[in-house]
Design a protein around this ligand. Structure first.
Ligand code: UDP
Length: 324
């Protein structure tokens, strides 16, 4: 099979590219390198089944041409990272809304299945854990730009559902929960690469707030396998919205302690008020845990890599010259 991966030079996209090429598929990557990196796709350049285009997904004629050449589309291109989202709200909203509009319109013309990458952000401040796909969202007010990201991805999901219901376009939505692993950069605020960089440099680990907020970190290899299985599942998965990640929950304070221990670092842990980290009026969610029962029922999804192994993989990646 041949696949188009938008955002294929990004963190998750490059792992997906690698896995598809490894099983013998063809991949064309479309990426504008805004947050992705050419380094991520460098190793695939000599593979005859790999092609790439450095351009924006807003380039309608190019997307039309690429969609025509493939059997299915993974749409991963998006503005990502809480820091980027808070600092560039216009770009975040426009990128997330426009790219998905173009991908769905062009895929619909050729009836190509689309997997839309969404996010656990869409659950917002919901306090009902674990989060199930049919739960309502608890998104905060438009005055706080963080929620614009959640809202833009939720609109993408609505548009995907609309194409499925109105035109029968096979669309699968996956909600990734704090995906982590080698090649993820800390530049846009993500916590694990930031902590690992700080720990390896014996600098203080910057825990936001009181560190009692929790997350559940999914290994990139697990969620990539889950995404491929959902695409491979065919009709069974069409129209579905599916959480992907890992149920293991940890507070950010405990994560910092775990990283310091596993990196055998001399770093101390410091608390940074949210206002200082993200500007005034920032809202965070206190807990975030996925309900993975739908992914399990649909494709037998079960995460294989636990948090200690994840931290070790990330540390090893950076110790052997990987970028942060
Ligand atoms: N965080 C932190 N220190 C950092 C970066 C992030 O304490 O240097 C916190 C952040 O405030 C949030 C959690 O770690 O509570 C996860 O942040 P990330 O940006 O990785 O993902 P998201 O907020 O989207 O879950």
């Amino acid at each position: 099979m041949d696949y188009l991966i938008t955002g294929g030079a990004g963190f998750i996209g490059s792992h997906l590219t690698e896995a598809l090429l490894a099983r013998g598929d063809g991949v064309v990557v479309l990426d504008d390198l805004s947050t992705g990196s050419i380094r991520n796709i460098e190793p695939f350049r000599d593979n005859p089944r790999f092609n790439y285009q450095i351009d924006t997904v807003e380039n309608r004629s190019l997307v039309a041409e690429l969609v025509d050449r493939v059997d299915a589309v993974f749409h991963l291109a998006a503005a990502v990272g809480v820091r980027l989202v808070v600092e560039n709200p216009v770009r975040t909203l426009e990128t997330n809304l426009r790219t998905t509009e173009v991908v769905l319109e062009m895929a619909n013309k050729k009836q190509r299945p689309v997997l839309l990458a969404s996010t656990s952000e869409v659950y917002g401040k919901s306090t009902k854990v674990p989060f199930h796909e049919d739960d309502p969202s608890a998104i905060g007010p438009p005055t706080l730009s963080r929620w614009g990201y959640a809202c833009s991805k939720l609109m993408d999901e609505f548009l995907g559902q609309a194409y499925w219901h109105e035109y029968g376009l096979p669309v699968i939505v996956v909600r990734y929960f704090n995906t982590v692993g080698p090649r993820q950069t800390g530049r846009y605020g993500m916590v694990l690469p930031t902590f690992v960089r700080q720990a390896l440099a014996n600098q203080p680990l910057t825990v936001h707030g009181d560190g009692a907020q929790t997350r559940s970190f999914g290994y990139v290899g697990d969620v990539v396998r889950g995404s491929m299985a959902l695409m491979d599942a065919g009709e069974r998965a069409h129209g579905a919205i599916v959480n992907l990640g890992n149920e293991e929950e940890i507070s950010i304070r405990a994560l910092a302690e775990r990283v310091v221990a596993r990196a055998e670092s001399r770093s101390e842990i410091v608390l940074i008020p949210y206002d200082q980290a993200y500007g005034a009026g920032f809202e965070d969610m206190q807990r975030r845990v996925p309900d993975l029962s739908r992914a399990e029922a649909l494709v037998g999804y079960a995460p294989q890599v636990g948090l200690d192994a994840i931290i070790d993989h990330v540390i090893a990646h950076y110790r052997t010259g990987g970028q942060l």
